[in-house]
Design a protein around this ligand. Sequence first.
Ligand SMILES: Nc1nc2c(ncn2[C@@H]2O[C@H](COP(=O)(O)OP(=O)(O)OP(=O)(O)O)[C@@H](O)[C@H]2O)c(=O)[nH]1
Ligand SMILES: [Mg+2]
Length: 367
Amino acid sequence: MRKQATSTAQHRSVVLAICVQTPYHKGIEPNSYCQEFENLLKTNGVEVHQLERIKLRTIDPATFFTKGKLYDIQQICEKKSIEELIVSEPLTTRQERNLEDILHCTIYDRTRLILEIFEKAATSIEGRTQVAIALLKHNKSRLAGKGVHLSQQEGHMGVIGGPGETAKEKETRHIEQTILKLKKQLDKLSRARQTQRKQRISSGIPFICLIGYTNAGKSSLLNALTKSDVLAADKLFATLDTTTRELYMNGKKRGLLSDTVGFIQNLPHHLIEAFKSTLSELSYADLLLHVIDASNPNWRDHIKVVNTIMHELGVDKPVLYVFNKSDKLDSPKEYENEITAYTPHVLISAKSKAGLKPLLDYLEYSV
Ligand SMILES: Nc1nc2c(ncn2[C@@H]2O[C@H](COP(=O)(O)OP(=O)(O)OP(=O)(O)O)[C@@H](O)[C@H]2O)c(=O)[nH]1
Ligand SMILES: [Mg+2]
């Protein structure tokens, strides 16, 4: 991962990654959860030297890991001269700092990992600005817990901020000013979005949005339905910028279909906050297509994650559950029995195009 201060240019850090099964993971299938963590690491281009899986019965508020586990990790760090430790869970500033002190290596948590992936994946000005704000807010929160060396430097007479301003205060103020500047830019961009939205609404064309967990196949479905070529990749958060395409059915333009950023468990709060202006589009949708990777053992949990975020965003729109990747299921018939509670729904494969006809029929009659 990216270091705060660069050392030797070509040096690749020795990385230990730990996938943690915590008490709050009740009901989540651990293998696919760890697979998802490995995908996050891969997507961020991290070369992992050792991957450990740890099950925690309780979380230590000061060090996250309990004493015994921490001792084991310490042994690995010493033996393998670990320089970076990446943890699959979000850590508090205090936990991160304490772990750094005990393990003598740089600690990165889930939040940092996801933020860096977003930073790399953002291409549009709006996407980049949103991610930059989230990163700055994260850095600011980390700074708040930073200790001694930053808080003890005295400010000089005459500098902005007045006498006695500490280095920490200066840094915080700088971050706040930058955030303010970026927010102004974002406001301008969102005003342009509002104008586009007004035009769209007055045209009366139905507006359909794809939502869903990351890697569920939203972009693949957009491509399959609109015969376009949006990036669909076996990467997490391949899509960060909204793409809208015209949807034709039986040769007639019947709507606009829009792709959105995928969600994940413990999506950093600052990211949801920063992406609110893009996600606000969802409130204007006539229909949401909630795409689910039916082949992932944690699909139920993924649905919950997405629905919770929708609730947090205050989005309450008609939903069609689109269970995707049916080609990967051993028995699609049996699977149908498991999804009866999710109504209305369709079972499809964006890859083989199976089930697309019932989906199009639904769209034709419902929007
Ligand atoms: N086997 C199979 N693979 C699929 C299907 N649909 C999508 N995929 C694969 O799943 C991976 C993710 O697909 P995307 O369309 O990029 O998923 P997404 O939901 O847009 O992901 P993000 O943009 O990262 O949120 C890609 O490797 C696709 O090729 C399907 O129906 N069957
Ligand atoms: Mg996508």
